[in-house]
Ligand binder design. Structure first.
Ligand code: HEC
Ligand code: HEC
Ligand code: HEC
Ligand code: HEC
Ligand code: HEC
Length: 258
C-alpha cells in the first residue's frame, strides 16, 4: 500500500497551526470581498422557485409542522429540504391537475430532483452563510431558539424570503446576551413542553391569529425585534442556567469559524 502521508506532513501540520492563528486576518481579507455582494444582503425579497410554495398556506392554514418537511432541523446542523415524495404524500390526492404543481409531478414521475419550467434544478437557496462560517440548527432548536428569530415571519410568507441578513454582529447580539432571547412563553399550551417543543408549538398558537398573542410572541410572529423587560431578562437568565448554555464559548471565534 502506498504511503498516503507524505513525509512533509509534519511541516504541513505545523504550518496549519500557524495559519490557524492567522485565521481572523485571512477572514478579513476573504470577508471584505464576500460580504459586500448583493446576494448576501437581499432581505425581504422572495426568490423565484420551481413551484411558488407558500409557507403561509401550509403552516398557518393547514397546520403542517416544520419537521414534516425540514426533517433534520432538530437533529442535525442542516435543516433539510423536502423531497418530492413529501409533497406527493398529499399532492397525489389534492390539486392533482393544478398546472402550478406540474414540476412536482414530473419530478416524481421521472424520479429526479424538482426543476423549474425553465429547467433550473432544485429549490433556490434563500439563506446562505459564507463557507467560512459554521452553523448548526439542532443546537439552537434544542435550546428553544425559535425559527422566526433568524428567519422572520415564516408562517406568514406567501413566497419565501430571507428574514435577516446574517451579519456577524447580528449573531453576536444573541450570543453575547442569550438571556434576552431564551424564554418560555406564559402561553404555552402545556407546561410540560421542552424548549424544543415550544418552538413548534409557537406556530400552532400563532395560527389562531395575532390578537391572541402576548406582546412578545406577537413580535416574534411578525419577525420584529423585542426589548424584554427586566423580569423577562432574569427569567431568561434562569433558562440559560437550567439549559447549561456555555455562555463563555458563545463569543469565541472558533465557535463559528472552525
Ligand atoms: C409542506 C412542506 C413545508 C413545511 C411544513 C415547511 N416548509 Fe419551509 N420550505 C419548504 C420548501 C418546499 C422550501 C423551499 C422553497 C422556498 O424557499 O419557498 C422551504 C424553505 C424554507 C426556508 C428557506 C430555506 C433556504 O433556502 O434558505 C426556511 C427558512 C423555511 N422553509 C422555514 C420553515 C419553517 C420555520 C417552517 C415551520 C414553521 C417550515 N419551513 C415548514 C417546505 C416546507
Ligand atoms: C399535508 C398535506 C400537504 C403537503 C405535504 C403538501 N401540500 Fe401543498 N397543499 C396542500 C393543500 C391541502 C393545498 C390547498 C388546496 C386548496 O387550496 O384547495 C395545497 C396547495 C399547494 C399549492 C397551491 C398554491 C397555494 O399555496 O395555494 C402549491 C403550489 C403546493 N401546495 C405545493 C406544495 C409543495 C411544493 C409541497 C412539498 C414541499 C407541498 N405542497 C406539500 C397540502 C399539502
Ligand atoms: C439561530 C438562527 C436560526 C434558527 C433559530 C433557525 N435557523 Fe434556519 N438557518 C439559519 C442560517 C444561518 C441558515 C443558513 C445556513 C448555512 O448557509 O449554512 C439557515 C438555513 C435554513 C434552511 C435551509 C437549509 C439549511 O439547513 O441550510 C432551512 C430549511 C431552515 N433554515 C429552516 C429552519 C427551521 C424550520 C427552523 C426552526 C425549527 C430554523 N431554520 C431555525 C439560522 C437559523
Ligand atoms: C437568538 C439567539 C441566537 C442567535 C440569533 C444565534 N445563536 Fe448561535 N447559539 C445560541 C445558543 C443559545 C446556543 C447554544 C449554546 C450552548 O448551549 O452552549 C448557540 C450555539 C451556537 C453554536 C455552537 C454549536 C455547537 O455545535 O456547539 C454555533 C456554531 C452558533 N451558535 C452559530 C451561530 C451563528 C453563525 C449565528 C448567526 C447566523 C447564530 N449562532 C445566531 C443562540 C443564538
Ligand atoms: C456567533 C457566530 C460568530 C462568532 C462567535 C464569530 N463570528 Fe466572525 N462571522 C460570523 C458570520 C455569520 C460572518 C459572516 C458575516 C457576513 O456574511 O456578512 C462572520 C464574518 C467574519 C469576518 C469577515 C468580515 C465580516 O465582518 O464580515 C471576520 C474577519 C470574522 N468573522 C472574524 C471573527 C473573529 C476574529 C471572531 C472572534 C472574536 C469571530 N469572527 C467570531 C459569525 C461569527
Amino acid at each position: 500500500m502506498p504511503n498516503i502521508f507524505h513525509s512533509s506532513m509534519n511541516t504541513i501540520s505545523r504550518v496549519s497551526i500557524l495559519a490557524g492563528a492567522a485565521l481572523p486576518v485571512i477572514l478579513i481579507l476573504v470577508g471584505s470581498g464576500i460580504t459586500r455582494s448583493a446576494a448576501n444582503t437581499k432581505v425581504d425579497v422572495p426568490l423565484d422557485q420551481p413551484v411558488p410554495f407558500s409557507h403561509e398556506h401550509h403552516i398557518n392554514e393547514l397546520g403542517i409542522d416544520c419537521r414534516y418537511c425540514h426533517t433534520t432541523v432538530e437533529k442535525s446542523a442542516f435543516a433539510g429540504m423536502p423531497a418530492t415524495q413529501t409533497c406527493m404524500s398529499c399532492h397525489s390526492q389534492i390539486w392533482t391537475n393544478s398546472p402550478i404543481l406540474e414540476p412536482v409531478r414530473s419530478s416524481y414521475q421521472t424520479n429526479t430532483p424538482i426543476r423549474s419550467p425553465e429547467g433550473e434544478l432544485g429549490w433556490n437557496r434563500v439563506n446562505k452563510l459564507p463557507e467560512f462560517v459554521y452553523f448548526n440548527h439542532s443546537v439552537h432548536v434544542n435550546r428553544g431558539v425559535n425559527c422566526n428569530n433568524c428567519h422572520g415571519a415564516v408562517q406568514k410568507m406567501q413566497l419565501t424570503y430571507k428574514g435577516k441578513a446574517f451579519f456577524m454582529s447580528w449573531c453576536l447580539k444573541c450570543h453575547t446576551n442569550p438571556e434576552n432571547f431564551l424564554y418560555t412563553s406564559p402561553d404555552v399550551t402545556s407546561k410540560s413542553l421542552s424548549p424544543r417543543e415550544q418552538v413548534f408549538d409557537f406556530y400552532y398558537r400563532a395560527s389562531k391569529g395575532d390578537s391572541t398573542l402576548n406582546p412578545r410572541d406577537y413580535k416574534l410572529a411578525n419577525g420584529l425585534d423585542y426589548k424584554p423587560s427586566s423580569e423577562e431578562v432574569s427569567s431568561g437568565a434562569k433558562q440559560v442556567e437550567t439549559l447549561h448554555v456555555k455562555t463563555k464559548q458563545l463569543q469565541d471565534c472558533w465557535t463559528c469559524h472552525r
